[in-house]
Design a protein around this ligand. Structure first.
Ligand SMILES: *Cc1c(COP(=O)(O)O)cnc(C)c1O
Length: 477
């Protein structure tokens, strides 16, 4: 079989793709949120050798319908509320298909002139939203928030140790210390581990009663480390923690970072794009004081996976970290374009900006503002409903869209069993949550398809299950 489809095969593939996408959309709410995994099918997918003679276009779409789709999670279901993950926006699949068709390599601009400008347009829009000066800032779209934070700490390290590129951490000097809160995402640990900073040099600062970093304790830790001969160099604040959506006191942390000469990285992967929602915007005003910020358009902008984003206020520092002159790529500078290979670790890169740009063009920015506002409203509503139910307990204030709920008296295992039951019966997929050491469940409404009746259905069912005998959902403490 030729690797180029014939006209007939291409028509067939287009038709089958269209049919697949239409069917998926039509049946979405009726699909199981969590698939009943067919182990035999998965075993077959794992073991079967690839055919020497292909199964053809129809065969591929048959695989999709019969083997892949039935064993896939329905992330777009309106009651999929686990993790921080939402359904893709309506033009996402088309934009991805176009990106694959054009197959631009977004490394240096000659290979991808329009893509280079579109990526920069998207990055400048993000920078503008956060209050960065776009004539100085620079950034790059990444595979996600974790990579953006890794790139941010890499940049901080290069800035702090001017010979880092040549000597790495081998040159010695006092140990560099990174500070973050007890509620921060594990990507901070991962970045410190990968970069050779060592987890022993990541200090987790305790949080206050609302899961926000205690700035007084941060100041104390920095002082104590200096006194002990260590070198405080970076603090990672979170604007929207994964568990409860808490926003660290960024302005106070920025004051301290300024006084102590620390880089301030803000992990905004979950929360910072809520700056788009009018009622939440003021809470993110201080993010403009960060050095780098990590965002996740594949969360709150509903871009299909993967797309994260790193913005660095002093863009030249990002470029100095990642630009390596290379002999075989003779690139001519053009002030209109950027060579994104100079702003991150990758050389070959796909056209991630298209799916973000396509949605902003197609739907307009107001569509996102109102979707995010709606999700905030729904979350507040869910929190209020839970507070009115005597058999349920709201575990933390609803700051953004994470709603943590507990059945008082139910053990950790009991909550796990309750989550499994909600998923198995098709009510909803929620996630586990631990708040202040107590076990519970978490609904994270980063789903633009969720409605008030979905929330009512979930809370009603939780109330019913909270009242059934212990053996149905598991042992109580
Ligand atoms: C999701 C998330 C991350 C990790 O982002 P990925 O895109 O999954 O790599 C980091 N921090 C926070 C606060 C998050 O919500």
């Amino acid at each position: 079989m030729s690797l180029v489809l014939t006209d007939g095969e291409r028509r067939l593939a287009n038709e089958l793709l269209g049919r697949f996408m239409d069917g998926y959309e039509r049946d979405l709410a009726d699909r199981p949120i969590v698939p009943e995994v067919d182990r035999d099918t998965l075993r077959g997918l794992l073991d079967e050798p690839f055919p020497a003679q292909g199964v053809g276009v129809e065969g591929f779409f048959r695989d999709l319908d019969e083997r892949i789709l039935p064993n896939s999670t329905t992330v777009s279901h309106p009651r999929f509320l686990a993790y921080v993950l939402g359904p893709p926006h309506g033009i996402g699949a088309h934009a991805e298909a176009v990106a694959a068709t054009l197959n631009q390599n977004c490394n240096f601009w000659q290979l991808s002139p329009a893509a280079s400008v579109i990526e920069r347009r998207v990055l400048d829009w993000f920078a503008g939203l956060l209050g960065f000066d776009t004539s100085r800032s620079a950034g790059i779209l990444t595979a996600g928030g974790s990579i953006a934070t890794l790139d941010a700490l890499t940049t901080a390290l290069h800035d702090r140790r001017p010979h880092f590129r040549e000597q790495g951490l081998q040159a010695g000097g006092p140990p560099l210390v990174v500070y973050t809160s007890a509620e921060a995402h594990r990507c901070v640990d991962k970045a410190a581990g990968i970069l050779g900073l060592g987890l022993d040099n990541v200090v987790r600062i305790p949080t206050d009663g609302n899961q926000r970093m205690r700035v007084d304790l941060l100041a104390e830790a920095v002082r104590a480390d200096r006194a002990a001969g260590r070198e405080p160099f970076c603090v990672v604040a979170t604007s929207g923690t994964v568990t409860t959506g808490a926003v660290d006191p960024i302005a106070e942390i920025a004051d301290l970072a300024g006084a102590e000469n620390l880089w301030l990285h803000v992990d905004g992967a979950y929360g910072a794009l809520f700056v788009l929602a009018e009622r939440a915007a003021s809470r993110f005003a201080a993010v403009r004081r960060a050095d780098p910020v990590a965002l996740d358009p594949h969360k709150l902008l509903f871009a299909p996976l993967e797309s994260g984003c790193l913005l660095v206020k002093d863009g030249e520092k990002l470029r100095r970290t990642y630009a390596y002159s290379s002999s075989y790529l003779t690139v001519q500078e053009d002030p209109l374009m950027r060579d994104y290979m100079d702003y991150g670790p990758q050389l070959s890169r796909n056209f991630k900006a298209l799916k973000i740009w396509a949605a902003l063009r197609t739907f307009g920015t107001d569509a996102f503002r109102s979707a995010l506002g709606e999700m905030l409203d729904l979350s507040t509503y869910m929190g209020e409903r839970i507070e009115r139910e005597p058999s349920l307990r709201l575990m933390a204030p609803v700051t953004l869209t994470a709603v943590c709920v507990q059945v008082p008296g139910l053990s950790h295992d009991g909550h796990t069993a309750l989550l499994a039951r909600l998923a198995a019966e098709g009510t909803a997929l929620l996630g586990p949550a631990v708040v202040d050491g107590g076990s519970g469940m978490r609904a994270c409404i980063t789903n633009h398809r969720t409605t008030r009746s979905d929330i009512d259905a979930i809370v009603d069912r939780l109330v019913e299950l909270a009242e059934v005998p212990a053996e149905v959902v598991g042992p109580t403490v």
